[in-house]
Design a binder for this molecule. Structure first.
Ligand code: GLU
Length: 423
């Protein structure tokens, strides 16, 4: 049974997150009067931000922050700079952060933020002014005990450093715990930059063990060669997996013999894209998704695996590095293809927020861990979450996505029930 969608959030991606929630709520028998309370974002902020451009003109950018629920602690989630950011998209991503944090046992509700802009078309100075203005507008809504932003698509360590600086100037003292994903020199955690991609590769190797594919000779295709996709690719390559295709927002690349990632990284550092690299032939995004391979890693935008291509993808493992890459309609098709093992987004890409949690803990204590400690704690949480999801899926005869969402949603539901409703 579905319930209402407030018009401000009504976008295909928010509908998709609600549709997933409604299916799970039916399955878990969550009482009807608890559903909207669990589903609808607690708070959302929308700001119009005038920013001075390099040519002296002023552009007003729209910025958003959505905090999905406040039941288990402060809220947590990334900030996205992308031309297609909407309030509805940010709300869906915040909802997924809630289920992700609950699945992995982090003491947070979900949040997400975004600015509708194209970071590729902004100078460094303009990006800094957009980031500082956005942070300034959000000062009453963020903080180490309120809501803790982090990087997402289009943002990085530098963005987090500017956010931390802007917030700290207002506070009159240094507040590193207000954001995670900072440079290590400013209180960032060792291993945070690599955490999401390494987590994806770890779970891929667990999935390979589970279904019996040896790493040597296995092939992988990666959509999106940003922070998540590139680290996932290089970590998988170190495990003996051959990366045969990659892509980014501009275009794709294929090489049956395996792409030389070290050379590709040099090319990307110079040109900001995988396109034009001479170690492979050009392919389109659609060709990339349909390339036969053992492991397909969508690590870009939402809604890439759809009714159009779900019956045609040719992989054994679908490892969702992105948030929401597969639509519920595509899920129904993949459910009829038992040869495909899905590592659902809220599990597959959870490495990022797990190490963000470690960063926050280290900042609050001003006591820093070495990389080995960070990584071993990360893999322990991922292992536990993976096994819980596999076992739930087996026992209740549901898909991996359904199992992961059920575990996350059930935990938030229990917490809300025990806390009660005031007054
Ligand atoms: N943006 C990342 C995500 O979608 C990381 C969030 C965080 O570290 O708080 O999970």
């Amino acid at each position: 049974m579905s319930s209402m969608i407030p018009p401000v959030y009504d976008t295909p991606v928010f509908r998709m997150a609600c549709q997933q929630f409604d299916l799970v709520a039916d399955f878990l028998d969550i009482p009807v009067n608890a559903r909207d309370r669990l589903k609808l974002p607690k708070r959302s902020v929308s700001v119009a931000m005038p920013v001075r451009r390099d040519d002296g003109s002023t552009t007003v950018f729209m910025g958003y922050r959505v905090q999905h629920h406040l039941t288990l602690g402060p809220t947590k989630g990334g900030v996205r700079f992308h031309p297609e950011v909407t309030l509805g998209e940010v709300a869906a991503l915040a909802m997924w952060m809630s289920w992700k944090c609950a699945l992995t046992g982090l003491p947070y509700g979900g949040a997400k933020g975004g600015v509708t802009c194209n970071p590729r078309e902004l100078s460094t100075g303009e990006l800094e002014r957009v980031t500082r203005r956005y942070t300034q507008e959000l000062i009453p809504f963020i903080g180490p005990q309120i809501d803790i932003p982090a990087p997402d698509m289009g943002t990085n360590e530098q963005t987090m450093a500017w956010m931390m600086d802007t917030y700290s100037l207002q506070s009159g003292h240094c507040v590193p715990a207000v954001v995670t994903g900072k440079p290590v020199s400013l209180g960032g955690s060792l291993g945070r930059r690599e955490a999401t991609g390494r987590g994806v590769a770890y779970l891929v190797s667990r999935a390979m063990d589970t279904i019996g594919i040896p790493a040597n000779g296995a092939t992988a295709v990666v959509q999106g060669y940003g922070n998540v996709g590139s680290i996932a690719a290089s970590t998988m390559a170190r495990q003996g997996i051959k990366i045969i295709a990659v892509s980014d927002a501009v275009g794709g690349l294929y090489n049956a013999k395996g792409i030389d990632l070290a050379k590709l990284d040099e090319h990307v550092a110079k040109t900001k894209s995988v396109v034009g690299f001479d170690g492979g032939e050009a392919i389109t995004n659609e060709q990339l998704l349909l390339t036969p391979c053992d492991i397909l890693v969508p690590a870009a935008l939402e809604r890439q695996i759809t009714v159009e291509n779900a019956s045609k993808i040719q992989c054994r493992i679908l490892a969702e590095g992105a948030n929401g890459p597969t639509t519920p309609e595509a899920d129904a098709i993949i459910a009829q293809r038992p040869e495909i093992f899905v590592i659902p987004d809220i599990l597959c890409n959870a490495g990022g927020v797990i190490v963000s949690y470690f960063e926050w803990v280290q900042d609050l204590q001003s006591f820093f861990w070495d990389e080995g400690e960070v990584m071993s704690k990360l893999y322990r949480i991922l292992e536990q979450s993976f096994m819980q999801t596999v076992n739930f899926a087996k026992k209740r005869k549901v898909s991996m996505r359904f199992a992961a969402l059920s575990l996350g949603i059930q935990r938030v539901h229990e917490a809300k029930t025990i806390r009660g409703l005031f007054p």
